[in-house]
Design a protein around this ligand. Structure first.
Ligand SMILES: [Zn+2]
Length: 76
């Protein structure tokens, strides 16, 4: 079982298709149960679309920070 925190750390790998099968199953299982994380993923995908493509570099730290910050607000 992964936590919301783990999920935010795996999200870029997930979107880039770099998770192992087992990780992907755990990831999707968590998404199935957690509406916060579903919203987080949706936000992340929108951000990526806005940028036009998956960044070659990891998600820029400022965007990542912003998403994490919003995500933490949802959890309160
Ligand atoms: Zn979650």
């Amino acid at each position: 079982m992964i936590t919301c925190r783990d999920l935010t750390e795996l999200v870029t790998d997930y979107l880039e298709g770099r998770l192992s099968l087992l990780e992907r199953i755990k990831f999707q299982f968590h998404l199935g149960m957690c509406s916060h994380c579903r919203a987080y993923i949706r936000q992340m995908k929108q951000t990526i679309q806005m940028l036009g493509k998956l960044p070659e570099e990891p998600i820029p730290p400022d965007i990542r920070e912003e998403l994490l910050r919003r995500f933490q607000n949802w959890k309160r």
